[in-house]
Design a protein around this ligand. Structure first.
Ligand code: F6P
Length: 476
């Protein structure tokens, strides 16, 4: 049965994203970032979460499969193998993703993939349009679905629609190299509110709208194209600081965490946690660690670097190449610097539940978050939240992660400079307790102030026209 807004006065929240995370009844699964982010919002709103089921079927869905859980209804669409290839692996992850991460040379555009991307957006819109009620707030997530609002508008949907872009938005000179990018910018103007991670991203997008499609920049965040008014604004995403901190505290009893403690002995732990993605700078980071060991021979046998890296998008050729490069880099470094009783880099491809990751973070004296480019990077915030306040570890953070705009007390590095990263690893390991505590307290204050609850609340407030959506009925 379809949910109605009822008489509560709180509009229903309709979330659309490529992946839909149905809560795991055991609570043991590893909830993705967006699921954690939306948990808060769905607690306040009755909701509908629409998107890809993650399944591939011979026939595409024309109507979604509905799963009801608590006050949220999940509406799941299957994709055909061709859809998955062209929309997800192809245009979204082979053309758009590298461009959005400033990697023009890695972007592979194909007209067939772009047509597949538009086809899936159109079919999602036509399945969703009939489920939309007049007062619904619609919140679309991520680069897979940029044209969705335009498709919904074409079907007569007039609700307020917001879009949040979880990854970087590059300068127009970079985006402009992608065929079809002007159409994507025109599609963006069908949203009422567009959220990006940082002020730089917002600036890039507004500049792109002005330079590439002739929009006019009005005061502040406002951009106009003909009759349309679009707000483009930075909403830095956060984490549930308290729950991650609690999970980290409780983790000392976890079997995997205990095994890690036993395996470490007196060695200090350096940790990296990233999906296997070239934007994360994993081989570059391993080579920085190699530099650190070469420059600080007394540290050999004294530290272990654990890189936890679930495999990702392995059907995309550039990801398969990365996997080979990481394996070769790892093998070379462990082979040349390891000793019979010591392996410098431990590399695991497992996906661990959040409490285990929280526990591993807490054990680590240094957190290495050195992406070549990243929208925000919540791993950086999780590392800080997981620390023991009495004796916190130190974060080494790439200047190209959105998080670096907020966490200025981390050791900020340029990941392209391996010597600089190696020196930061050394500085983090040798930093006195007093300085670590002072820096940690300031970073903790920042991430607590900009946590996940404030992110969802501020986006939804702006989307609903400036009033808190929980506080009364929204007037469109
Ligand atoms: O942050 C960008 C993002 O695409 C998320 O939407 C997604 O959950 C994550 O990266 C992992 O990517 P994928 O869904 O392709 O596995």
């Amino acid at each position: 049965p379809q949910q109605t807004n009822g008489d509560s006065g709180v509009p229903r929240l309709v979330v659309v994203s490529n992946r839909v995370a149905i809560p795991d009844p055991t609570g043991k699964g590893s909830a993705g970032g967006l699921a954690v982010a939306l948990k808060e919002a769905f607690e306040a709103h009755r909701g509908l979460w629409f998107g890809w089921s993650g399944k591939v079927a011979a026939q595409p869905s024309t109507t979604p499969r509905i799963v009801d859980k608590g006050n949220v209804q999940y509406a799941l669409m299957d994709l055909t193998p061709l859809d998955r290839q062209e929309y997800y692996n192809g245009f979204a992850n082979r053309a758009l993703w590298p461009i959005m991460h400033y990697r023009i040379g890695l972007s592979e555009f194909s007209r067939a993939d772009y047509a597949g991307y538009l086809r899936v957006n159109r079919s999602f819109a036509s399945a969703l349009a009939g489920m939309i009620q007049p007062d619904d707030l619609i919140w679309v997530h991520d680069y897979h679905l940029i044209p969705l609002a335009a498709e919904l508008r074409a079907l007569g949907v007039t609700n307020r629609i917001g879009y949040f872009h979880h990854i970087p938005w590059p300068a127009p000179e970079v985006l402009g190299t992608l065929p079809g990018s002007q159409d994507l910018l025109r599609d963006i103007t069908e949203y009422n509110l567009v959220g990006v991670q940082t002020d730089l991203d917002a600036d890039n997008l507004r500049r792109g709208l002005v330079q590439e499609v002739g929009a006019i920049q009005r005061k502040g965040d406002l951009v106009e194209l003909g009759e349309k008014q679009i707000r483009v604004k930075g909403f830095p995403i956060g984490i549930d600081v308290n729950s991650f901190q609690q999970a980290a505290k409780r983790s000392s009893t976890n079997r995997l965490v205990r095994q890690t403690v036993a395996g470490l002995g007196s060695r200090r732990l350096i940790i990296g946690i990233d999906r296997l993605d070239y934007s994360k700078g994993i081989p570059e980071r391993m080579e920085s660690f190699e530099r650190f060991l070469i420059g600080n021979p007394d540290q050999r046998g004294q530290v272990t670097y654990l890189q936890v890296t679930p495999v990702s998008r392995s059907e995309v050729p550039e990801y398969a190449t990365l996997s080979r490069v990481v394996n070769e880099t790892l093998g070379r470094i462990n082979g040349s610097l390891g000793e019979p009783g010591w392996v410098p880099i431990h590399y695991v491809n497992s996906t661990y539940p959040r409490p285990v990751l929280a526990g591993l973070n807490r054990l680590a004296r240094v957190g290495l978050v050195t992406p070549m480019r990243d929208g925000m990077n919540l791993v950086a915030k999780e590392y800080v939240a997981a620390q023991d306040p009495e004796d916190p570890g130190m974060l080494v953070l790439s200047k190209f992660a959105g998080a670096a705009q907020q966490m200025t007390d981390a050791l900020i590095v340029n990941p392209n400079d391996k010597i600089e990263v190696a020196e930061a690893i050394r500085d983090a390991l040798y930093m006195g307790r007093e300085e670590r505590v002072a820096r940690w307290e300031r970073m903790m204050a920042t991430i607590t102030q900009c946590d996940i609850a404030s992110w969802t609340a501020s986006f939804l407030k702006d989307l609903s026209g400036g009033r808190s959506p929980g506080a009364g009925r929204i007037l469109r």
